[in-house]
Design a protein around this ligand. Structure first.
Ligand code: ZN
Length: 140
């Protein structure tokens, strides 16, 4: 039997990039980003539903890109970080702002920004990026 999804994969991935939509297995409460339609832990018992991440989290590690891949030259330097979301999954994403102020442990929140301008056709892709959240003064 061939499994056919009602929504083409491309659009689902686009949507997931636009809105930080992943999935959550309600059997074991594990969240997935990018979305998974199958929970490896619960297998057939998995109850997978759409889940929208807040996009808030903290920086686990980061790299400042100074020598970019082709097509990204005019954006350097830029920072790509591994972010641990508050909901408990990790993803990589670009952190906007001065690379000097980015540090491990800093909190981030999502911003909607232009991603990449593609070739002479000028197809612009938008997506989620992250910006630093202003440091809170500790209550002590
Ligand atoms: Zn599960």
């Amino acid at each position: 039997m061939v499994h056919k999804s009602s929504v083409p994969l491309y659009w689902r991935l686009q949507k997931s990039r636009y809105t930080l939509t992943g999935t959550k297995c309600h059997t074991c409460n594990t969240v997935y980003f990018p979305p998974k339609e199958f929970c490896p832990a619960c297998r057939r018992k998995g109850d997978i539903r759409e889940f929208r991440f807040s996009g808030r989290g903290k920086i686990i590690s980061y790299t400042v890109i100074r020598v970019p891949p082709e097509g990204f030259e005019k954006y350097t330097p830029y920072t790509v970080a591994i972010i641990e979301l508050d909901e408990g999954t990790r993803l990589s994403g670009q952190v906007v702002g001065n690379p000097e102020s980015i540090d491990i442990g800093r909190k981030v929140s999502p911003v909607f920004r232009k991603f990449h301008e593609d070739g002479p056709a000028g197809l612009i892709q938008y997506g989620i990026k992250f910006e630093l959240v202003a440091e809170e003064t500790p209550l002590k």
